[in-house]
Design a protein around this ligand. Structure first.
Ligand code: NAD
Length: 479
């Protein structure tokens, strides 16, 4: 078993046992990974605290910190193909997605925040006191735990690690136990380019290791991406320990509204991508479709044709368009919800079954006749399962907005229309962190990413992530 804990600049064996990470295309074990114990987690947090206190990172000149972040982006690109293959092996996503979304997205994120390092500013403020200078400083929050999910492990780690480092913080990374391999590889690359010891620490393991971080008295901020259920547990743990700051990127159930005037071919193409990217294992995946009754037949026929034409296979096979789901446990969850859809009376148009001899493959699935109370339109499925419902009265946009908002989630939404007024009224009315008009749900580091309601707290990307990883200090100077 390779050493998978990185603490204070050295690779170490975990003292809490080990677990296997699995190739979801074959169900075979890839390798053993260490499970961190409480002592390991304490050591990692202590190393991050010591590096913070010694100013080994925040104390560098901004140009020096920026230089290392640029070097890490270059190192990711230099190892792009190996990283993409490793992501596909561990997570299952098709190689084209690993290359163009996961690896390219991670490199660009580090480059983007490398640019920020020399531009993080305070303000001078016109306080109404005589002979007083008032200004603000942006200071690192401190020790940050970065807890990530399995669906885009490398890219989502980059969303957190790049701004955390750009702002002078130190970190303890806890990747998902389902897909830890590219996070380990990224930390190896960070070591090779010369990040000081203790600035970046890594502990591998399951939810118990994440729980140790969320209740830790010496973690100042925990940035978490994952399910809403675990987000609630983390929130309680923070409240019951040191009230650490939380950034929460949680679940989603994005509505897709297809208006009567939509370009149906564009809507089918965009929703096919938006609904099945990474086999639907995307927090912003388009999964519940509100289609104007007049266009339902055409939309459903074309969408179901597109879904059944997708090529399923191992992500390592260049011809695969849809890879496996990530694990036995997860495919069981998807199968259960599909059965519930049938039991509750939705009509299965295509798909609905597990497929393939090995691995965790699930047919792309389309339901029609779905009503607003059904489980498949309310719960996050996180698989290639799309549910179509309809609306009759295009003049009643407020009623449509209310149906789209009838969800605990509010991460993303999409609208397909050629009418500017319709797009604006819907975009303004829908409670979601990101509304895409006539396009698939693609984040960009210059635009904020995060959710309303039970989809999360705070925003990642752009200057919003600078806020998440800094404290604003107010300095008053009387002269
Ligand atoms: P998960 O909640 O099962 O696990 C996420 C991480 O939390 C893992 O590292 C896990 O080990 C850890 N964890 C588990 N139990 C814990 C506990 N009690 N305390 C602390 N940490 C714990 O989520 P997942 O299944 O890996 O990811 C899928 C979910 O992530 C979906 O709900 C999806 O919508 C969400 N997600 C959201 C975004 C977003 O930007 N909002 C992006 C990607 C994924």
């Amino acid at each position: 078993m390779a050493k998978s804990l990185y603490i204070d600049g050295s690779w170490q064996d975990a003292t809490g046992g080990s677990f296997e990470t699995i190739d979801p295309a074959t169900a075979n074990a890839i390798e053993e990974v260490g499970n961190a114990s409480e002592a390991d987690v304490d050591a990692a947090v202590a190393a991050a605290r010591a590096a913070l206190s010694k100013q080994e990172w925040a104390g560098l000149l901004p140009v020096q910190r920026a230089h290392l972040l640029f070097k890490l982006a270059d190192a990711i690109e230099a190892h792009a193909e190996d990283l993409a293959r490793l992501e596909t092996l561990d997570q299952g996503q098709p190689l084209g997605i690993s290359r163009s979304v996961s690896v390219a997205g991670a490199a660009e994120h580090f480059r983007y925040y490398a640019g920020w390092v020399t531009k993080i500013q305070g303000t001078t403020n016109p306080v109404s006191f005589p002979d007083t200078l008032h200004y603000t400083r942006r200071e690192p929050v401190g020790v940050n735990a970065l807890v990530t999910p399995w669906n885009f492990p490398l890219m989502i780690l980059a969303w957190k690690l790049a701004p955390a480092l750009a702002t002078g913080n130190t970190v303890v990374i806890k990747p998902s136990e389902v897909t830890p391999l590219t996070s380990i590889r990224l930390v190896q690359l960070a070591e090779e380019v010369g990040f000081p010891a203790g600035v970046i620490n890594l502990v591998t393991g399951g939810g118990d290791v994440g729980a140790l971080l969320s209740s830790h008295m010496d973690v100042d901020h925990l940035s978490y991406t994952g399910s809403t259920a675990v987000g609630r547990i983390i929130t309680k743990a923070s409240a019951d320990s040191n009230l650490k700051r939380l950034t929460l990127e949680l679940g989603g159930k994005a509505p897709s509204i297809i208006a009567a005037d939509a370009n149906i071919d564009a809507a089918v193409g965009g929703n096919l991508m938006g609904g099945t990217l990474n086999s639907g294992q995307v927090c912003a995946a388009y999964t519940r479709f509100y289609v104007d009754k007049k266009r339902e037949q055409e939309f459903v026929d074309k969408l179901s044709g597109g879904l059944s034409g997708l090529t399923l296979g191992s992500g390592l096979d260049e011809s695969s368009q849809l890879g496996p789901l990530v694990s036995e446990k997860h495919i069981g969850h998807v199968e259960r919800l599909v059965r519930t859809g049938v039991d509750e009376g939705a009509s299965l148009v295509t798909g609905g079954n597990r497929t393939g001899e090995n691995g965790y493959f699930f047919e792309p699935t389309l339901f029609t006749g779905v009503t607003d109370e059904m489980t498949i339109i309310r719960e996050e499925i996180f698989g290639p399962v799309l549910a179509v419902t309809t609306y009759d009265d295009a003049d009643e946009l407020d009623a449509l907005i209310a149906r789209a908002n009838d969800s605990q989630y509010g991460l993303a939404a999409t609208i397909w229309t050629q009418d500017i007024a319709t797009s604006q009224r819907l975009a303004n009315g829908i409670k979601a962190g990101a509304v895409f008009v006539n396009m698939p749900p693609i984040p960009d580091m210059a635009a904020p990413w995060g959710g309303y309601k039970a989809s999360g707290w705070g925003r990642e990307m752009g200057p919003w992530a600078i806020d998440a990883y800094t404290e604003v200090k107010s300095v008053w100077l009387h002269y």
